[in-house]
Design a protein around this ligand. Structure first.
Ligand code: AQP
Length: 353
């Protein structure tokens, strides 16, 4: 990796080749933590939309490794998973010739802007973030300050590129609201600088639930692997996990997320895998029981995930090519991030030499 990490943010001459920044298009930015293999939760809530939006928008997608260390990580695993996640983005359809694909820690401006935003964020408002409350109870032995300021770093990720739209799952809505508040506060205290971003949350699939505890979000770090379908699961693993998914009392296939979250979740998964609407699924399975339905969901998911997994395996096998894609992506991202940070430093009152 040949990024010049020590370059002054005030430097005028760019050392990297300029790329066409299509500001005529609106900008989207999003990222995922390399804390484990990606799941169908990440796919439905975010990745699917990234792929659909990438041609229409000026798109940046990153692997947020700085966020990942808010929870203890083994260095070798983190290194490997960061590359795994980047390869999975591409396997799911992110085209690095269309979108800028990079690893967050390769663009140090994210951490630099986060510091400035930390100095604007209120302790009280950050304390209200429900993800912090959830994660600090899950990791009671390591409630670090980074976990607390996680949403401020996320705000920096988004504001650095003046993203107009942020495609995320429902769990990130509150963090987006904080990002908007911080952007408005900076613009008010100094002068208009940041674009105020909007969340893009899909109507269906914004919260895929655990297969074992359907009242809880499916999470890639769930200790019970039966709860989670990973995008690299084998056909047999997928069939088996769906077969053992917790369903509710009752027997007909009717969507009711409140009263029957287990079946509703499987219906959402089937919808994503087949493109059939929820109403069509209800009609397709009218008169059938849970057993038949689960078998159909298992098969639709196998057919859906298999090509993604195969593309992933091919992409991951060529690590040099993957790294060179990420190197280029980081250079493009840095060029843009640097411009924003330079402006922010000036407005903040830091001396330019
Ligand atoms: N179950 C889900 N349903 C819909 N969307 C989801 N997302 C995550 N889980 C679901 C969306 O995926 C994007 C990336 O999330 P992330 O990996 O950065 O972090 P996370 O939300 O904390 O996901 P996990 O699986 O729960 O990871 P760990 O266990 O590492 O904390 C986000 O847009 C998120 O909304």
């Amino acid at each position: 990796m040949r990024l010049s990490l020590g370059r002054s943010v005030f430097s005028h001459a760019m050392e990297i080749s300029p790329v066409s920044n299509t500001r005529a298009k609106k900008t989207i930015l999003s990222g995922m933590q390399p804390t484990n293999d990606l799941t169908i939760g990440q796919y439905c809530g975010a990745l699917k939309n990234w792929v659909e939006l990438q041609n229409e928008y000026d798109s940046l997608f990153c692997v947020v490794d700085l966020h990942a260390i808010t929870v203890r990580q083994e260095p070798a695993k983190l290194r490997k998973r960061s590359l795994d996640v980047a390869a999975m983005y591409m396997a799911a359809g992110i085209d690095p010739n269309v979108s800028t694909l990079f690893i967050q820690s390769h663009v140090p401006e994210h951490a630099q802007l986060a510091w400035i935003l930390n100095c604007l964020a209120g302790f009280g408002e950050v304390s209200r973030m429900t993800q912090f409350k959830d994660k600090s109870s899950q990791h009671a032995d390591n409630v670090n300050v980074g976990l607390f300021t996680y949403p401020v770093l996320m705000a920096a990720d988004i504001l650095l590129y003046n993203a107009d739209l942020v495609p995320v799952g429902e769990d990130q809505r509150q963090h987006l609201e904080l990002t908007r508040n911080l952007a408005e506060r900076f613009n008010f205290h100094y002068s208009p600088t940041f674009t105020i971003p909007e969340p893009f949350i899909p109507k269906v699939g914004s919260k895929i639930m655990s297969l074992q505890e359907p009242e809880k979000k499916m999470s890639k770090s769930d200790a019970n692997e039966k709860s989670t379908i990973f995008l690299i699961d084998t056909d047999a693993e997928i069939r088996n996990k769906i077969k053992r998914a917790v369903t509710d009392s009752g027997s007909d296939i009717v969507y009711d997320a409140e009263k029957r979250p287990g079946v509703a979740n499987l219906m959402t998964i089937h919808h994503i895998a087949t493109g059939r609407s929820i109403a069509e699924i209800e009609s397709d399975f009218s008169g059938f029981g849970y057993g038949d339905f689960k078998e159909a969901v298992g098969e639709s998911l196998v057919a859906f995930i298999r090509p993604v997994r195969e593309r992933y395996e091919a992409l991951r096998a060529d690590e040099e090519s993957l790294k060179s894609t990420l190197r280029l992506g980081a250079e493009h991202a840095r060029e843009r991030a640097h411009k924003t940070l330079r402006k922010v430093y000036k407005k903040t009152g830091f001396v330019e030499l």
